[in-house]
Design a protein around this ligand. Structure first.
Ligand SMILES: C[S@@+](CC[C@H](N)C(=O)[O-])C[C@H]1O[C@@H](n2cnc3c(N)ncnc32)[C@H](O)[C@@H]1O
Length: 291
């Protein structure tokens, strides 16, 4: 990476404002970001490295920043494409901060729809049982457990490393969740739940987006599900009836163009009241039905 300020790198007298401007230019060029987004990313990375907030950066724009090697190292990794959430080690989801590592999917704002729909099926004082298949960072399971503390929440994931992150998040946010390592429902024989939610991997193995942006750095296990992306969804729809109480609901997040197929799978699997709901971008993103 070139020094942050032509001829004067960090620690060589460049001010916070000068370093931010140069970093923003480099980010815009390397990652094809619009200028405003590049500037925001530069501020976020500097603030993280310096242990301050963005307001401090604006108020101290004529200071010469300390921690130059830390800022340069973070910027170098971001310029190589590493997701901001992995560099910071955290991401906000449903109003709370979750720890994230490269062992887990970075929680997406779209997945908040799955949480909202689940909550609609869980009255405030409900004492129901919930299952989240594919917990990852724990974003969904921990959010539901905190929003509905009287419910009993269980989360499974095939990745033991992901479950470590989910456990740390549940501890840190003081959520009661039972975590199990398992492939689909196989750790849950004989157990039934009032509500099963899942944001499973749903990208087709040949999808070129896997080689772009943040997806390049996220676990393949969290993203890819067979040649059409529907392998795990098919299994979950097929096996969920054995793990749902009578009238229990299954809610599944899926790709923006998979709603029709998922609704057909649900109807074919004997689910009633099958529906799809739209995400912030207007795409049908979550489908569900009840037993
Ligand atoms: C798309 S991520 C969702 C993570 C988290 N729930 C979220 O919404 O941010 C899918 C998760 O499913 C897990 N997974 C993949 N295949 C699985 C399987 N057969 N059984 C259980 N979990 C699986 C992955 O390890 C990953 O953590």
């Amino acid at each position: 990476m070139r020094s942050l300020h032509q001829g004067r790198g960090l620690g060589e007298g460049a001010t916070v404002a000068e370093c931010l401007a140069t970093a923003a230019r480099q980010l815009a060029g390397a990652l094809a970001l619009p200028p405003r987004e590049a500037r925001l990313e530069a501020q976020i990375l500097f603030a993280h490295a310096l242990g301050v907030n963005r307001a401090w950066l604006i108020g101290h724009d004529r200071d010469v920043p300390t921690a130059a090697p830390v800022i340069e190292a973070l910027l170098r990794r971001r310029l190589a494409g590493e997701p901001v959430a992995y560099l910071l080690g955290e991401r906000e989801f449903y109003g709370r901060t979750f720890r994230v590592t490269p062992d887990v999917l970075i929680p997406r704002p779209d997945t908040e729809l799955l949480v909202e729909l689940a909550l609609e099926h869980l009255p405030q004082q409900a004492t129901r049982t919930l299952l989240d298949v594919g917990v990852g960072s724990g974003a969904v399971a921990v959010s539901l457990a905190l929003e509905r503390p009287l419910c009993r929440t269980c989360g499974v994931d095939l990745s033991a490393a992901a479950l470590e992150v989910a456990r740390a998040n549940a501890r840190g946010l003081q959520a009661e969740v039972e975590f199990l390592v398992g492939d689909g429902f196989n750790a849950l024989s004989g157990r039934r739940f009032d509500l099963i939610v899942s944001n499973p991997p749903y990208i087709a193995a040949s999808d070129p987006h896997l080689n772009q942006g943040d997806l390049r750095f996220e676990p393949r296990l969290a993203l890819v599900a067979g040649s059409d992306g529907l392998d795990l969804i098919r299994r979950l729809v097929g096996e969920a009836p054995m793990h749902l109480e009578t009238d229990g609901w299954l809610l599944l997040e899926h790709g923006w163009d998979q709603a029709g197929v998922v609704r057909d799978l649900l109807r074919g699997g004997g689910f009633a009241s099958v529906f799809s709901a739209k995400d912030l971008a207007g795409h049908e993103r979550v489908s569900g039905g009840h037993r």
